[in-house]
Write a protein that binds this ligand. Sequence first.
Ligand code: PEP
Ligand code: MG
Length: 580
Amino acid sequence: MCGFTLASVDLSMLSCNLNHMSSPTVTDPKVLHGVPVVAGVAYAPVIRPGARPQVTEQSAAELAEADRPAEVGRLKEAAATVATRLRDRAGHATGVASEVLATTAALAQDRAWLGDAEKRINAGNPAPQAVGAAIAKIADALSKAGDLMAERVTDLRDIRDRVLAQLAGLPEPGVPIPDNPSVLCAEDLAPADTAGLDPRLVVALVTTLGGPTSHTAIIARQLGIPCVVAVDGLDEVPVGVPVMVDGALGTVTVAPDAAEAERAVETSRVEADRVAQWKGPGATSDGHSVAVLANVQDGAAAQAARQTPAEGVGLFRTELCFLNRDTEPSVDEQARIYGEVLSAFEGRKVVIRTLDAGSDKPLKFAGHPDEANPALGVRGVRISFGNPGLMTRQLESIAAAAAATGSDPWVMAPMIATADEAKTFADQARSFGLTPGVMIEIPAAALLAGRILEHVDFLSIGTNDLAQYTMAADRMSAELATLTDPWQPGVLALVDMTARAGAAAGKPVGVCGEAAADPMLACVLVGMGITSLSAAATAVPGVGAALSGVTLEQCRAAAEAVLSTASAADARAAAFEVLG
Ligand code: PEP
Ligand code: MG
């Protein structure tokens, strides 16, 4: 018997009171703070997802041998029903929402957990207990793998809860479909909860957990609704209470003055209309040019980005093309894949990053060693130290794609720590006729940016990792999300230092981390001397529109102001004061 059993399942749905008049009484407006993810203001009453099954540790009676085949059948049927429901919803959704639902549907019938649960039933465990134990085992292994793998634990637990509810003959757990516009508040949201939400009814997402790269954030970006994550005190806000969510400031005002909140929503709607009008190219209102580019992961994403005003690709994350591959793709296959991105942005700037494998993005064919601390281990450019052919074959593929499409891509290496590493990469890239640059993601590289620039033609700052390594805080940790905030003055000081090194060398320095997707921070970065901004395609219009509304002088004043602050909140406030 395993040490963990599931004896009771309680799926009582929380009541969902959407009537302002009958809201629980809350006196003074209280402002809760979190990490801003998607800008915009929404004002509506709170709804919450239905309660999840309670997993208890009481042991269950062993199944008689004769009952075991039927119990296996019951489990398979429950898993199939859950998968069918999710596939059905995938069929009615579009884009990322549809993909997320289809992936979750596949997970509902994944052999890894289902096979293990079957074995447990055949050993005498009742189905609910077998499901709980099988998923707990896999979730534990994924949590230990860290980062992106750990994020999949939420998906798996969501499947567990749906299957348990089905086995118990209870309604599906998840988000209630509201009758009126509502703000969805939750501890965390599973992809199947958020995918397919109607943005006319769910007007903002707010979570107690979750980081800026969580599923909640991805779906909110796609839906274009304000989103704030890692909000302290959110769990205490009752269902039905009206809240105002400001996705730019990262605030949730509980029971605000209604007239004031409605004015803020209207101002934000006018701003959203202005953003939608922006068609590029990137420049401040007084004509200082800044390339506004897109981050992509394959040809399809590049085609989608081409529909936005993005002027090119500032970061092509090549490793994301091969996450499911057991063996290294051939030079021809790689060249074909890279060529798709180059063709989508024919004649435009495209920056291709060499494989950033390891840590949260392991590649089976990269031969990662078993490491206690993979984020500080053999990742990024380091995978080529013990396997130099991996890098040369990729550069050969990029050169072949460039020749086939008549393009002139720039190439950059991730996770560069020393000037020597930059020189080695630059020599290799130039031997293939490619323009070399490196990413600045490690504080040592930012501190010595000037010496690195003696070898390469450009720099691109990865603020996601730069924040993680500067603040010694895991970028996927919800508990540490306020530390990995790119507005942290310590991170901004290193960005400023790198931009200055670029200006002194007369070479371009871009930003391609999530910081570049934040319209107000983008203006600050330009004030520091950053020459290009590369962000998720959906963030491109917001960034371009923000830049077009301020002068270079304002950007410089905002940069100076944030550099003298002592906290991320003060840095935001200082920039807001200057930029409005
Ligand atoms: C970064 O670290 O900011 C970056 C752009 O790289 P990735 O997010 O792919 O690690
Ligand atoms: Mg990085």
